[in-house]
Structure formats: structure tokens, C-alpha cells
Design a protein around this ligand. Structure first.
Ligand SMILES: Nc1nc2c(c(=O)[nH]1)N[C@H]1C(S)=C(S)[C@@H](COP(=O)(O)O)O[C@H]1N2
Ligand SMILES: [Mo]
Length: 406
């Protein structure tokens, strides 16, 4: 048997410092042993995500999905993207959780415990699209800083909660109200307790919409911690940054909410188109509201190899912010000609819609299938990356998959 070597005293001290506490039996710690407490956490296990998901960033955690993973009409947790701006709150006690309503334009400032909220107001369930404003950022040129999302920062889960409008009626809203702003329990990466990682909001009209919820369930279960347990704001069809997680306070404002990531170029695009790479003044930047028309081919996955002779059944989802998608087309000749796909109605407003098509390929070889959705105002997805903007938001270019027929 080999002699057991123990770690040196100096090493022990630095290991303790890393852990932030003493290693009680440190003198019998074998040399070279890797302490579990210092190993990198496994995000897939920690957040119950599928291992095909892609981790973009660990401080903060940002994890993206893939087109072929978000094939279900209702996105399950394991395929749902994760976007964090700060540090996920810990030790949440659902029993004592409360949410306060305040601000210049509240009539009766009030605090509700989560329990009160659930018992006092009627519950509603809607399937709602949450898409990060920066989804598709990786395609902009010149490139924009930030997470290089490809196509996978979008989800459509079923959210259950109370309607924001019912609570607003209960607290009372003054006539001068223009916005609500959220405040959450996550903390700033700098560790500064006075700084919020994100505190966004929405115009009061959006807050009053039927589907705007303070949600406590996702897909029929408690919201997973990383998605906002125990209480989350949901504003479907708008950049998902509006849908605050871990909600502690809602301010009813007499002006456009001015919390973290509401000003400068955050979640804003030039009000009028600009040259790629242009510098845009803050007063020429407009807050993103309803998201643009978009679609994803979720089956087959790009790179599929298929035998000739049988038609290919493609399917996917289409969505258009606050609008309905009215037309869905596909092309197998790089956009020269388009054919209609079958398109379903949404299960409710602000849910994505399913499309499908049966495609015949004339002969063996390489093809691309491109998908293009059109919204109720006649606006279609562009074939290439749309208007450049400093932060790389709102890329709704047609989704494309490669297919080989052999
Ligand atoms: N409190 C809080 N809410 C937040 C965020 C955050 O960092 N903190 N990120 C926002 C952004 S930018 C997005 S895209 C969505 C992502 O939601 P998800 O992680 O549940 O997919 O949450 C939004 N709500
Ligand atoms: Mo986002």
C-alpha cells in the first residue's frame, strides 16, 4: 500500500479561504484530493436542464436551447433557456415571501404575502412566449457585445398566476400612472447590495392586459428557482427582460421606469434605422416593446440526412409579439420561391403557433429549408439579418436548416 500524503498546512489555509470556512478534518485531507465543495457546479444537474443545452456564461448563468430541442408546443423546463443578469437568490422561503406595491402613482401602497395573493385573486393560466431581446445576437456585423445567443433564447411555457390588472385595481392606480417597474431578489454581480442587476418594467397599458400575470406556477408546478421561484412577472410577447423573476416589489410610476437596464442602450434600438456600426445618441434610442415576427423549424434538426422518395414532414413554431401570425411559408431554393405551410391558431393570445409542411425534393443533393412567418400587419421575417443596432437586439431573420437527400 502506498503511503498516504496529507496536504501541507499552507495549502490547507488557502483551501479554507476559498471555502470561506475551516476544513475541520483538514489534517487528514489526502494530498491531491479535489474537495467537492470547490468543484465546478454542474449547471445541467443544478437547473435540471438537458445536456444538449449550451452554457454561454457561468457568472451569471446563461444557458441557451437549440431549435430541435424546443420542438414541444409547450416548452418543458429542461429545454427552456436561462438568462440571468445577476446572482440567483438563495434560501427562498415561500411561506414568508411577500410582494409590495408602491410608487408615485399608487393609491394605497400595500404588501401581499404570496399566500394572500394566491387566495385573494382568481388564477389564470396562459401559454406565453418569452424571447430574450438579444436572441440571434450572434449574427450581427459588426458584432454586438453581450451573450452571443443563436436561436435558442425563446420559450413558450404555461404560466399560472394572478392577473396584474386585478392587483392594480385592488391597490388603486392614479390617473397619472404611466409605467410599472419591478424590483427583484437577485443581487448584483459586484456584490454591492445597493445595486440592482436589473429592474425593468412596462407601460401601464401592458400591465393591464389580460395575460400579464404575477405567476407562481410554470407548466403546472412550482416555478423552477432559476426561472423566478416563487413569484414571477410575465409579460408575453415583449422582450423577456420585462418578465422579472423573483419579484419583491412593483412600483407604479408617474414616469417611464428608470431602474437598472431601462436607460442608455439597454433593451433599446435606434428609433430610426442606422448604418451598421453607427454611434447612436441616447435620445435617438427607443425602448423595445412588442417583439417582431419570427419562426423556428424544430423538426428535423439542421444537418438531417434523408432518403429520396419520401416527403419530409417539417414542423415548428411561429410568433409575432402581440400580433398573431397569419401566414407561414417555406422555401427550398434559397428564397427564390415560397410555398405555404399549414399554420395553427394560437391556444391563447401571445402563445406561439405551430406550423407544418410536407416537402418533396426533386432529386438527391444538398438543400436548405427556410421558413418565413408573416404577422397580421403584413410584416414578414427578413431573409437576412435585419436593421443593425448597437446591442444586437431583434434579429428575426428566417430560420434555416440544411438537409441532404441521398
Ligand atoms: N430578476 C430578474 N429578472 C429577470 C432577469 C434577471 O436577470 N433578473 N433576466 C431577464 C431577461 S434579460 C430574460 S431574457 C428573462 C429570461 O427568463 P428565463 O431565465 O426564465 O428564461 O428573464 C428576465 N427577468
Ligand atoms: Mo433578455
Amino acid at each position: 500500500m502506498k503511503r498516504r500524503h496529507f496536504v501541507k498546512k499552507g495549502t490547507l489555509i488557502s483551501l479554507s479561504a476559498l471555502l470561506g470556512t475551516d476544513i475541520v478534518f483538514g489534517t487528514t485531507l489526502p494530498e491531491g484530493y479535489e474537495l467537492l465543495g470547490l468543484q465546478d457546479p454542474d449547471p445541467f444537474k443544478m437547473f435540471e436542464k438537458d445536456r444538449e443545452m449550451e452554457v454561454l456564461n457561468d457568472k451569471p448563468w446563461n444557458i441557451e436551447s437549440k431549435a430541435h430541442l424546443i420542438d414541444d408546443a409547450v416548452t418543458p423546463n429542461k429545454y427552456m433557456f436561462v438568462r440571468n443578469n445577476g446572482i440567483i437568490p438563495e434560501n427562498i422561503d415561500e411561506e414568508t415571501w411577500s410582494v409590495s406595491f408602491d410608487g408615485e402613482s399608487v393609491v394605497n401602497a400595500k404588501t401581499y404575502t404570496l399566500r394572500e395573493l394566491k387566495s385573494k385573486f382568481r388564477h389564470y393560466t396562459y401559454q406565453l412566449v418569452l424571447e430574450c431581446g438579444g436572441n440571434g445576437r450572434n449574427e450581427f456585423d459588426p458584432p454586438a457585445k453581450g451573450n452571443q445567443w443563436k436561436v435558442g433564447a425563446v420559450s413558450c411555457a404555461r404560466w399560472t398566476g394572478v392577473r396584474m390588472k386585478d392587483i392594480l385595481e385592488d391597490v388603486g392606480v392614479k390617473d397619472n400612472a404611466v409605467y410599472i417597474g419591478y424590483h427583484s431578489a437577485d443581487t448584483h454581480l459586484s456584490g454591492d447590495p445597493d445595486k440592482e442587476p436589473i429592474s425593468r418594467g412596462m407601460p401601464i397599458q401592458k400591465a393591464y392586459q389580460e395575460e400579464t400575470l404575477l405567476a407562481f406556477k410554470m407548466n403546472g408546478e412550482d416555478i423552477p428557482l432559476v426561472h423566478g421561484f416563487p413569484l414571477r412577472l410575465i409579460a408575453g410577447g415583449w422582450p423577456a427582460s420585462v418578465s422579472g423573476k423573483w419579484i419583491r416589489r412593483i412600483s407604479i410610476r408617474d414616469k417611464v421606469h428608470d431602474g437598472a437596464k431601462m436607460t442608455g442602450d439597454a433593451y433599446r434600438v435606434p428609433c430610426r434605422p442606422v448604418e451598421p456600426g453607427a454611434k447612436v445618441r441616447e435620445e435617438d434610442m427607443c425602448i423595445i416593446e412588442s417583439m417582431p415576427v419570427k419562426s423556428l423549424i424544430t423538426y428535423p434538426r439542421s444537418g438531417a440526412i434523408l432518403e429520396q422518395g419520401r416527403p419530409l414532414q417539417i414542423r415548428g413554431h411561429a410568433w409575432a409579439g402581440e400580433l398573431e401570425v397569419v401566414d407561414m411559408e417555406y422555401s427550398i431554393d434559397f428564397g427564390a420561391t415560397w410555398k405555404k405551410a399549414k399554420l395553427q391558431k394560437p391556444v391563447n393570445r401571445l402563445a406561439w403557433q405551430q406550423f407544418s409542411a410536407s416537402i418533396d425534393f426533386p432529386k438527391t443533393g444538398y438543400y436548405e429549408v427556410w421558413a418565413k412567418a408573416t404577422d397580421a400587419l403584413g410584416q414578414s421575417q427578413p431573409m437576412v439579418v435585419p436593421g443593425w443596432n448597437p446591442k444586437g437586439y431583434l434579429n428575426n431573420a428566417c430560420h434555416r436548416i440544411a438537409v441532404k437527400i441521398v
